[in-house]
Design a protein. Sequence first.
Length: 256
Amino acid sequence: MLLPFEPYSSTNPVGQDPPCHTHLQPALTCHVASPVRRWGRELRVAEMNTISNNGAPGVSNSLAAALWTLDGAFEVAATGAVGINLHWGDGLALYAALLRQGSGASIVKPPYYAYLMFQMALGSGAAFMQTPLFHPTPGATLKVWPLKDTATGAARIVIINKGESGGGVVLRFIESAGYGDGKLLRLVGRSLDDQWGVKLGNMAYTLGGKPFGVPEGERVSKSTTLSGAFGMEVYPVSYTISMPPGSAALLILNKE
């Protein structure tokens, strides 16, 4: 038996649109999942999206919505829930990730790129990691979701910057983690309210739903520190990631 739960970050009364820069916060709380586990049941989010009543223009169909969706999906997973349904309404709602044309071709909207990055992070199976330690730039509004592939041991770490200022983060591992240099794929746009310029790993989709662009990732070099500030001796292996405003990144670390 599953207990459904339906969170939205905000409500859009019919006929009233919120400001374009409404601050989207995950509308998920762990106190929902805890009672479910005590009852011996599993939790599935039966319906979720940015703003109810089909969404809001300039918010639910923007890069900001993609970043909220990506972070919200991890918030759901972190509670131990078994799944999530992202609501599309009749398929024409502003928060629908795909719009179907009469010809059968699709129009891909920003939240779809969040689906892709979430699936890339999960792979064929993953679990949350207790490490690494992470040290964000002071004042940066970053979220870090570290995952470990249950079959290969590879690390896949998602970093999200939902803010309008850039920042960075240093990820630290113990030496025995055994990771080499990393590959970084970025989810970016021209601004948080961007609707048509969003890319993932330098790839995007045309208005007909066809991919275009040359797949591109960044190499992130492994750094080893033998001594220094507190914690470096225990976690001497580090990776430094810069995060532009309104962006997400997936760092992939394979075993050496």
